[in-house]
Design a protein around this ligand. Structure first.
Ligand code: UGA
Length: 441
C-alpha cells in the first residue's frame, strides 16, 4: 500500500518505519529540512532501540523515503497519516495548529480519494475539525469531497516503541465509513496475524480512548506514590504492598511503581488536556487535578529526604546523580523528574555531578550552563568526591552496583533511591544508609 506519514517526530518516524517494514511504500514528510537531511544520511533525531535498523533497512530497500516536498508526499499516499506534534497551549489544551495545517496541505493538493488518519494525540472532536478543514478547502477548489477522516491513536512507549508497533496489544480505529475501515484493517492485518486486535469504534470514542488510557495510567502512578508516602509513615514497605495488590488480576502488576513522579511528553500533557476538555464541556474533573498535585509533590520527595538528612542548607555538599532521562531506554528529558531534583539541589547550594547513559546532551540543553552542575562520562566517575548518591531513573546498569565500592567512595555513605532498585538489607550490610520511596521498614 502507498502511505504518507506527515511529521517525523517520535510517532511519525516509528509509524512510517514499521509500516515500511511490512512491505508498504512509505513517504515521510517533514517541513524541517535539517531533520529530513539527517534522516536521509541515516541519522535519527531520537534514541529509540531498534529503530535505526528498521529505518536503514527499509530506506535501502526503497520502501521508506524522507522528504520536505509536500506535493510529492500528498500525491504518494492513498493513506495520509497525520503524526505531527500537539504541544500544550497556555491553557493546557492541545494546540492543533500543526494538525490543521497538515489537513490543509493535503486538501490543497489532493486529486483523488484520500484516507486521512489522525495519529497525533488530539482532543475529542478533532477529526470533525480536520474534516471541516479539508471539506472547506476542497469546496473552495470546486472539488467533490472525496476523503474520509479516521482516528487511530497510538499507544507506543518510548524505549519499546518499535516492539509496541510491530506487536500491538490493540489497535484502536475510530471510523464510521466502510471503505476507510477496510483500508485500516488491511494496513494493520500483518501486525496482528495471530489474533485480531483491531478494536473498531466511532471516531469520538477512539479519540477519547487515548486520553482515558494515559490518564488512567497517570492516576495509578500518583495513587501508588501517595500510598508510598503513607507506607513510610506507617512503617510499611510499598514494595511488598505493590506485590501483594498486583497479584489480584483485577489490579494487575503493571504501572504500580512508586518513584519520583511521572514525566515525559505524554502523561503530564495529556492529563492537563483532559482536565481542560472536561472544563470546556462544563464538567469538573475531580480526580485528575489531584493526580497532578500528587505528581508535583512527588518530584520533591527525594530532595525532602536529602534535606531531612543533611539539613536545608546544602552548600559544600556534593551529590552524584544517576539517571536524567524521564525513564530508562530514552534520551528524552521532557518533564523529567530529574530536572526538578537538580534545580532544587542547586538552589539549596549543593554541587551535582550527573550521569545518564543516553540523555546527557539533552539534559545540558534543558538545564543550560549552571554553577554547581557538571556531568560525568561514567556512572562510577560521578561518585568521586560525592557525599551521597541520588538515583532518579532506573537504567539497568544502575541495578547491581558494587555496594562495597559505593560505601568506600561516598563520603557520607548514603544512597537516596528514587526508584526502589535495591534490597535495603543488602545496602545496610555493606554499611550504606539507604533512603528509598515508601519503604518505612
Ligand atoms: C506513555 C504511555 O505508557 C504509552 O502507552 C503512550 O502511547 C505514550 O505515553 C504516549 O501517549 O505517547 P511514555 O510516556 O513513553 O508512554 O512512558 P511510560 O513508560 O508510560 O512512563 C511514563 C512515566 O511514568 C515515566 O516517567 C515513568 O518513570 C513513570 N512511571 C511509570 C512510574 O513512575 N511508575 C510506573 O509504575 C510506571
Amino acid at each position: 500500500m502507498k502511505i504518507t506519514v506527515i511529521g517525523t517526530g517520535y510517532v511519525g518516524l516509528v509509524t512510517g518505519a514499521c509500516l515500511a517494514e511490512m512491505g508498504n511504500h512509505v513517504v515521510c514528510l517533514d517541513l524541517d529540512a535539517r531533520r529530513i537531511a539527517s534522516l536521509n544520511q541515516g541519522q535519527l533525531p531520537i534514541h529509540e532501540p531498534g529503530l535505526l535498523d528498521v529505518v536503514l533497512r527499509n530506506a535501502r530497500a526503497g520502501r521508506l523515503e524522507f522528504t520536505t516536498d509536500t506535493d510529492h508526499a500528498v500525491a504518494h499516499g492513498l493513506l495520509q497519516f497525520i503524526a505531527v506534534g500537539t504541544p500544550p497551549s497556555e491553557d493546557g489544551s492541545a494546540d492543533l495548529q500543526h494538525v490543521l495545517a497538515a489537513a490543509r496541505a493535503i486538501a490543497e493538493r489532493m486529486a483523488g480519494y484520500k484516507l486521512i488518519v489522525n495519529k497525533s494525540t488530539v482532543p475529542v472532536g478533532t477529526a470533525d475539525r480536520v474534516r471541516d478543514t479539508v471539506a472547506g478547502v476542497l469546496a473552495a477548489r470546486g472539488l467533490a469531497a472525496d476523503f474520509t477522516v479516521v482516528s487511530n491513536p497510538e499507544f507506543l512507549k518510548e524505549g519499546s516503541a518499535v516492539q509496541d508497533f510491530m506487536r500491538p496489544d490493540r489497535v484502536i480505529v475510530g471510523s464510521e465509513d466502510h471503505r476507510a475501515t477496510e483500508l485500516m484493517r488491511a494496513v494493520y492485518a500483518p501486525f496482528m496475524r495471530n489474533r485480531d486486535r483491531l478494536v473498531l469504534m466511532d471516531v469520538r470514542s477512539a479519540e477519547f480512548t487515548k486520553y482515558a488510557a494515559n490518564a488512567m495510567l497517570a492516576t495509578r502512578i500518583s495513587f501508588m506514590n501517595e500510598l508510598a508516602l503513607l507506607a513510610e509513615t506507617l512503617g510499611a514497605d510499598i514494595e511488598h504492598v505493590r506485590t501483594g495488590i498486583g497479584m489480584d488480576p483485577r489490579i494487575g502488576t503493571h504501572f504500580l511503581y512508586a518513584g519520583t513522579g511521572y514525566g515525559g511528553s505524554c502523561f503530564p500533557k495529556d492529563v492537563r488536556a483532559l482536565i481542560k476538555t472536561a472544563q470546556d464541556a462544563g464538567q469538573a474533573f475531580h480526580i485528575l487535578p489531584a493526580v497532578q498535585a500528587v505528581n508535583e509533590r512527588q518530584k520533591q520527595v527525594l530532595v525532602d529526604k536529602i534535606c531531612a538528612r543533611f539539613g536545608p542548607d546544602l552548600s559544600g555538599r556534593r551529590f552524584a546523580l544517576w539517571g536524567l532521562a524521564f525513564k530508562p531506554g530514552t534520551d528524552d528529558m521532557r518533564e523529567a523528574p530529574s530536572l526538578a531534583i537538580i534545580e532544587r539541589l542547586l538552589a539549596l547550594g549543593a554541587e551535582v555531578v550527573a550521569y545518564d547513559p543516553q540523555a546527557m546532551d539533552q539534559a545540558r540543553q534543558a538545564l543550560g550552563p549552571r554553577a554547581g552542575l557538571s556531568f560525568a562520562v561514567l556512572a562510577d566517575a560521578a561518585l568521586t568526591g560525592a557525599d551521597a548518591l541520588v538515583i532518579a531513573t532506573e537504567w539497568k546498569e544502575f541495578r547491581s552496583p558494587d555496594f562495597a565500592h559505593l560505601a568506600a567512595t561516598l563520603h557520607e555513605r548514603v544512597v537516596f533511591d528514587g526508584r526502589n532498585l535495591f534490597e535495603p538489607a543488602e545496602l545496610q550490610a555493606a554499611g550504606l544508609e539507604y533512603h528509598a520511596i515508601g519503604r518505612g521498614t
